[in-house]
Ligand binder design. Structure first.
Ligand code: URA
Length: 214
């Protein structure tokens, strides 16, 4: 029975890998929006395909565009530090962006670019099916939570959508511009760490106050 479950899980992982590898391959030639004409590399995602936590940023910057890997520039290095400080394991994390190609001059992706890329993000979320999604910045929060979301107001508050627990927080690039955002991000990441530990059974379930009697 155990072997059967193990084999089923293994098979599922292989299928997931194939689905995402196919999509990644297809997007190498994507011309769904004008960003396809200016990119050097399409930037799909990195990390574990069975990740419990998914970080979603805005879109690739110059370094990511040059290497074809998300979050490898200064904001990415800061994200690495944040993940390490929160003691989250990289082998249980997946990182990607709302748009897969660099908006020229690091401008915000335009609505038509976001719309064109949404199905690909949706597919990544569907296949990886993380338990926790961390939205890095306003754009990811507006796409994943609500178009009316405001990052300064909504960060630090869990949103539950289906089986997903979503935590909006500031983008690491915003921290590089404004040090005062470090503390709130640290608080948000502590919540993420606690939720992660709860999911993994590493924190005791809340026993006090006891659940209200009917
Ligand atoms: N900023 C993002 O939103 N994504 C990256 O991959 C890099 C910087």
């Amino acid at each position: 029975m155990r072997a059967e479950i193990y084999n089923k899980k293994k098979k599922k992982k292989v299928v997931m890998k194939m689905v995402l590898a196919e999509l990644e391959q297809k997007l190498q030639h994507c011309d769904s929006c004008p960003l396809g004409t200016t990119r050097k590399h399409m930037v799909f995602g990195k990390g574990s395909l069975s990740a419990t936590i998914m970080f979603i940023g805005e879109g690739p910057g110059a370094d990511e565009d040059a290497q074809g890997i998300p979050f490898v520039g200064r904001a990415g290095q800061l994200l690495d530090k944040i993940v390490a400080a929160a003691e989250l394991p990289w082998d249980d994390i997946y990182v990607c962006n709302v748009v897969k190609c660099r908006p020229p001059g690091n401008r915000l992706p335009l609505p038509n670019e976001v719309e064109a890329c949404k199905p690909f993000l949706r597919e990544q979320v569907r296949v990886i099916h993380p338990k926790i999604i961390v939205c890095l910045g306003a754009l990811a929060t507006q796409v994943l939570v609500s178009p009316n979301a405001r990052i300064t107001r909504d960060r630090g508050q869990w949103v539950t959508k289906g089986s997903f627990r979503i935590m909006p927080t500031f983008h690491p690039a915003a921290l590089l511009r404004d040090e005062s955002k470090k503390r709130p991000v640290w608080e948000d990441m502590q919540q993420v760490r606690d939720e992660y530990r709860r999911i993994k059974g590493l924190l005791p379930k809340q026993t006090w106050p006891p659940p209200e009697e009917e």
